[in-house]
Design a protein around this ligand. Structure first.
Ligand code: C2O
Ligand code: CU
Length: 475
C-alpha cells in the first residue's frame, strides 16, 4: 500500500499540483469575468471514469466525470436560446442526464423509464433544451445515481441573464463530499444505517473537488458566488464570517430584493442536496486580504473556500447590488387551487425494489403516502397526482419523520407558502428543505405538460422509496 501512495504522491508533485493555490490559480482563468462569452449553443459530454487528487497527497481513481482529471464542466447557456447537448456513456453501467431546476420539455428531463430509456455503454443521447429562466442550476445522472453521483458526477449549469448584471467576476462553487479514507480510497458509498436515517455522510468536504481551495478575485470588486449543494447527503449551513455581501437568488430564482448574507452559524443559510444560492460578496480592498466561505458541521465549522483579493481596488460597493430580473414564473391562483396532500414517512418494507437498469440499494425504507416507490422500471406505476394544464395547485407536504428531506419537483417552479413550524419565504424554487416533522404547503401552476419526477434529493432516501412523479396533462 505504501508503495502505491508513494507513486501517486510523486506523480502529483511532478504535475506541480502542490498546494491548493497552485491548482486554483489555473482554474481561476476559466472562472473570471468575460466568461459570458463562454456560453455555447452546443456541447458534448462523455460520461467517463476520472482520476483526481481529492485527499492531500493521494490520487483517487474511479471517479465519474466528463473530464479525465476534474469535475464535470460548468455548462453555460443563454436564456431563451436552444442548447443541444450530446451525452455519450463511456461507463460500463447505464446512465441518463437530468438538468436540475430547468423548466424544459419533458422528453429532455433525463428520467429513466419516465422520459427516456437509460443510455447504454457507448450510446449517445442528444438533449435539446431552451430555458425560460436565467440562474444557477445543475446537472447529474438520474440512473445509477448512488454510484455515479457519489463518485463525482454533479456539475453546475448556468443560464445567463439577457443583460450582464455587472459583477466583476463569477465563481461557481460546487459543494460536495466524497467518501474516502486517508489514502484517497473509496469507502462504502451507502449504508443501510445511513439510508434509514439522514443518509451516509461523506468524509471529505470539497468545493469544486478541492479541500479548502483559495480563489483570487479583484480587490474591492463584486464577486458572484454560485454555490450549488450537489452532495447526495449533506445539508450545508453556509455563512461568510468576514464578508460584506448580498444574497441575490435561491435555487436559480432571483430574490425580489437582495438581503444581507449570513455571517454566523446561527444565521447560516441551509442548503439541502440540490439547492443553490447566488451570493454577491465585495472583496476586501487591499491585495492579499481574504474572505472565507464556511459551513457549520457537527463538531466545528469548516472552511469551504477562500477568496483572496488581488490588484488595486475596484472600489465597488454592496449598495450597487440590485435585484436580478425575475424569471417568468406564473403565479398560482390560491383561491382556485386544488389541494393535494403528500405524506413522507418511514415505511420499511424489506423487499427489493425493481430499478431496471438503473440500480437499487437492495432495500426500501421510505415512502410517499405510505407507498415506497416500487422502482423506476416497474410497469404501471401510476402518478401520485394528475393535473390539468394550467391548473393552480397547492401540495401539502407532510414530513412525518424525524429527518430533514430536500423535496424536489422536476420541470416546474413552485413556492412554499406556509409552514407549521416557521416563517417561510415565498420564493420560487425547485427544491424545498422540509425540516423534521414539518408540513409545508407549496403552490404552483401546472403549466409544463408531462410526467415530472418528485422525490427526496438525499439520494439514499430517493433510492429507498421516497420518490414518485406527478402528471401534467397536455390540455
Ligand atoms: Cu436533481 Cu430528480 O433530481
Ligand atoms: Cu429524504
Amino acid at each position: 500500500m505504501s508503495g502505491r501512495c508513494h507513486r501517486f504522491f510523486s506523480r502529483r508533485e511532478a504535475l506541480g499540483l502542490v498546494g491548493a493555490t497552485g491548482v486554483t490559480a489555473g482554474l481561476w482563468g476559466s472562472f473570471a469575468s468575460g466568461q459570458r462569452a463562454g456560453a455555447r449553443a452546443s456541447r458534448e459530454l462523455d460520461v467517463r471514469l476520472a482520476k483526481a487528487s481529492i485527499v492531500e497527497g493521494a490520487e483517487t481513481e474511479g471517479l465519474v466525470s466528463a473530464l479525465a482529471d476534474g469535475p464535470p464542466p460548468v455548462l453555460r447557456l443563454r436564456r431563451n436560446t436552444p442548447f443541444k447537448i450530446g451525452v455519450t456513456n463511456r461507463l460500463d453501467d447505464y446512465t441518463s442526464m437530468h438538468w436540475h431546476g430547468l423548466r424544459i420539455d419533458n422528453a429532455m428531463d433525463g428520467v429513466p423509464y419516465l422520459t427516456q430509456f437509460p443510455i447504454g455503454k457507448d450510446q449517445r443521447f442528444q438533449y435539446e433544451m431552451t430555458s425560460p429562466d436565467a440562474g444557477t442550476f445543475w446537472y447529474h445522472p438520474h440512473c445509477m445515481t448512488m454510484e455515479q453521483m457519489a463518485l463525482g458526477f454533479t456539475g453546475i449549469l448556468i443560464v445567463e441573464e439577457d443583460d450582464d448584471p455587472g459583477f466583476d467576476s463569477d465563481l461557481p462553487i460546487n459543494l460536495r463530499d466524497f467518501r474516502l479514507d486517508g489514502q484517497g480510497r473509496w469507502l462504502d458509498l451507502w449504508t443501510a444505517r445511513g439510508a434509514a436515517r439522514s443518509g451516509t455522510f461523506g468524509t471529505v468536504i470539497t468545493a469544486n473537488w478541492q479541500v479548502e481551495p483559495t480563489y483570487e478575485a479583484p480587490a474591492g470588486g463584486l464577486v458572484r458566488l454560485r454555490i450549488a449543494a450537489t452532495d447526495t447527503t449533506r445539508i450545508y449551513r453556509v455563512f461568510l464570517p468576514d464578508a460584506d455581501g448580498r444574497l441575490i437568488a435561491i435555487d436559480g430564482h432571483p430574490l425580489p430584493a437582495p438581503v444581507d448574507i449570513p455571517k454566523t452559524e446561527e444565521t447560516a443559510l441551509h442548503l439541502g442536496p440540490g439547492q443553490r444560492a447566488d451570493i454577491v460578496v465585495r472583496m476586501p480592498v487591499s491585495e492579499g486580504q481574504s474572505i472565507t466561505l464556511m459551513t457549520d458541521a457537527p463538531g466545528a465549522a469548516r472552511i469551504l473556500a477562500k477568496l483572496r483579493s488581488i490588484g488595486s481596488t475596484l472600489d465597488r460597493s454592496v449598495s450597487e447590488v440590485v435585484a436580478l430580473p425575475p424569471n417568468p414564473v406564473s403565479a398560482p391562483d390560491l383561491n382556485a387551487a386544488r389541494l393535494e396532500e403528500f405524506v413522507f414517512g418511514w415505511s420499511p418494507e424489506g423487499d427489493l425494489p425493481n430499478n431496471g437498469l438503473c440500480g437499487t440499494l437492495g432495500y426500501t425504507f421510505w415512502s410517499i403516502n405510505r407507498q415506497p416507490w416500487p422502482g423506476d422500471a416497474v410497469e404501471g406505476t401510476g402518478p401520485l397526482s394528475t393535473f390539468k394544464l394550467g391548473e393552480s395547485v397547492v401540495l401539502r407536504l407532510r414530513n412525518e419523520s424525524p429527518n430533514a428531506h430536500p423535496i424536489h419537483l422536476h420541470g416546474l417552479a413552485f413556492k412554499p407558502i406556509r409552514s407549521n413550524k416557521r416563517q417561510i419565504a415565498p420564493l420560487w424554487t425547485d427544491t424545498v428543505l422540509l425540516q423534521k416533522e414539518e408540513t409545508v404547503d407549496i403552490a404552483f401552476v401546472a403549466d409544463n405538460p408531462g410526467d415530472w419526477a418528485f422525490h427526496c434529493h438525499i439520494i439514499e432516501h430517493q433510492k429507498t422509496g421516497l420518490a414518485g412523479y406527478i402528471r401534467v396533462l397536455e390540455s
